[in-house]
Design a protein around this ligand. Structure first.
Ligand code: SF4
Length: 262
């Protein structure tokens, strides 16, 4: 970060918040340190246990996710640094940017994936036989958006990995990784809570963020008329139709926030 700032690179600090860093980094002290360093924007997203070394012990509880949301809303109204987030609209209602269709992901080999952690592909940007619009409107991506919208306002990967695995199988989507273990990783996941917390919407306090989100980053009405009480994780966990996956946190190593401070 210091090298980027020294060389006048537009710099942001993105944190995958988990059990072992939430107390150190979701703090005013850490935000003040970033401001002091000259960092332009920050982003606190929530750890997802995907990939070859997924560690479910690091996952956050719904209360911890709500704590991050409240912190970001407070800090946005108070600190001279930009806070990015992709999980909520202006009213604090959860959303998934891949479900709304505002983002998808292109992997290093050109494969078009629903999002960075759903690493399955049916199309490539290098295939010249189809237009980019056709590729983003492919049956796989269209079905992904429809399934995600219909299941939850939150993250389908966290909440219903089982439904996602069925979708991948139905479309015979290829593993987009070099590991070739994406399906095994998906199958190893359990039903978990995500940013969708029907009882805990925290609206923006900063008028600038409120307006910007209302105009440019909202759910684009894709959830209108959908009932998420059947398939979403908060409903299943609330009705005890699946087991609670609350983990005891791993050992925490305290961070020294003054490393590199001159
Ligand atoms: S599926 Fe989950 S990780 Fe992917 S974009 Fe949606 S909320 Fe984010």
């Amino acid at each position: 970060v210091e090298n980027c700032l020294k060389n006048k690179v537009f710099t942001g600090v993105c944190t995958s918040v988990c059990k072992t860093n939430i107390d150190d980094l979701v703090t005013e002290k850490w935000v003040d340190r970033l401001i002091e360093m000259g960092v332009f924007y920050t982003w606190f997203h929530v750890y997802r246990p995907m990939g070859p070394d997924a560690n479910e012990q690091l996952c956050l509880s719904p209360e911890e996710m709500l704590r991050i949301r409240k912190f970001v809303v407070e800090m946005r109204a108070k600190k001279p640094i930009v806070f990015v987030d992709a999980y909520y609209d202006h009213a604090g209602q959860a959303l998934c940017p891949a479900a709304t269709g505002i983002t998808h992901h292109i992997n290093p080999w050109g494969g078009i994936e629903p999002c960075p952690i759903v690493q399955f592909v049916t199309d490539s940007i290098h295939d010249e036989s189809k237009s980019l619009v056709e590729k983003f409107e492919s049956p796989f991506l269209k079905d992904f958006r429809e399934l995600a919208r219909d299941t939850t306002r939150g993250c389908i990967v966290l909440e219903r990995p089982d439904l996602l695995a069925n979708l991948v199988t139905k479309h015979t989507a290829k593993d987009g990784t070099v590991r070739a273990t994406a399906m095994a990783e998906l199958n190893a996941m359990q039903v978990r809570p995500s940013q969708y917390n029907p009882a805990g919407a925290v609206p923006e306090k900063s008028w600038a963020y409120w307006i910007a989100k209302k105009l440019f980053f909202n759910d684009f009405a894709v959830y209108d008329g959908r009932d998420h009480s059947a398939k979403s994780a908060p409903s299943l966990l609330g009705r005890r139709e699946v087991g609670t996956v609350e983990a005891t946190g791993p050992a925490v190593v305290p961070l020294d926030l003054h490393i590199g401070k001159s």
